[in-house]
Write a protein that binds this ligand. Structure first.
Ligand SMILES: Cc1cc2nc3c(=O)[nH]c(=O)nc-3n(C[C@H](O)[C@H](O)[C@H](O)COP(=O)(O)O)c2cc1C
Length: 178
């Protein structure tokens, strides 16, 4: 799909069809994530794919607030995204290279996640990035180690709604040229 069309078509989707997603598609999407640039190619992004009926139900009911639960009610897959701390943004002696420290890990994960959601759209699927989620419950249920920071829960599935694009700020509001 042409890139311009892809980025315009992608939307945060808050209603899904009750339709399973093939594991091969999930692999393709994560492979796309893995092509993103990262700090010294450190590739600290980690993915926890929840796709069995019982785990999907558990994550939905115990790890998401009511509105995210409702909006992803039929989503067949949740991908929990995390990154290994203390690597991106750090030197070999484990010292932060600058003031951002572990935020560089979050930066890298964001780049990966964008690749992932765009690849999903290219393959005819949709996503919702959810930053409002229960970190403790996710860590416990999925056995995510303390060495990793948990970022978003991303729902994945087939859209059952075609929302309008939310307005964007004008270029003038966000850019300064020198
Ligand atoms: C880091 C991050 C966290 C988000 N968390 C939530 C969330 O918890 N629930 C939700 O409904 N949308 C969430 N969103 C989706 C945004 O609301 C959405 O991207 C924005 O309104 C623009 O809409 P669009 O994605 O369709 O372009 C999140 C998006 C990002 C990037």
């Amino acid at each position: 799909m042409e890139f311009e069309k892809l980025i315009r078509e992608r939307r945060s989707i808050r209603a899904y069809k009750n339709e399973a997603v093939d594991k091969k598609i999930i692999e393709e999407i994560i492979e796309a994530a893995q092509q993103a640039p990262s700090w010294k190619n450190s590739q600290t992004g980690r993915y926890y794919v929840v796709m069995s009926d019982d785990k999907v139900k558990y994550v939905r009911e115990n790890c998401l607030p009511e509105f995210n639960r409702r909006n992803t009610a039929n989503a067949p897959v949740y991908i929990i995204t995390a990154f290994e701390k203390g690597i991106a943004g750090f030197d070999n002696d484990k010292n932060a290279v600058n003031e951002l420290g572990d935020k560089w890990g979050a930066y890298d994960l964001g780049l990966q996640n964008e690749n992932m959601i765009l690849k999903a759209r290219e393959l005819g699927l949709d996503t919702l990035i959810m930053g409002i989620r229960n970190e403790k419950a996710l860590r416990e249920e999925l056995g995510i180690p303390d060495s990793q920071e948990i970022a978003a829960v991303i729902s994945l599935g087939y859209r059952n709604i075609d929302p309008d694009a939310p307005a964007r700020k004008s270029i003038d509001e966000i850019v300064k040229y020198f």
